[in-house]
Design a protein. Sequence first.
Length: 84
Amino acid sequence: MAKLKLDLHDIYNKGGKIETELNRVIQEAIDKKIELVEIIPGKGSGALKKKVLRFLDQKHIRALYHRVEKDDKNFGRIFVHFRH
């Protein structure tokens, strides 16, 4: 199964760039019919993970993917599943 990975460690303090990268990786998954995107906001305070989850919960974004899975073994990782 093909998978895309987006590590937000390098851009965690660049608010606008985070949304740009999230949009880019979701669009790439759709364009290439990739079933899984792994987003790594890191552990930290949890603020970045909450920002990513809020982004994914927007109605127009939520319509693009099948489901979101928070990794129960690694707090700093989110999986976005697509159905093509």
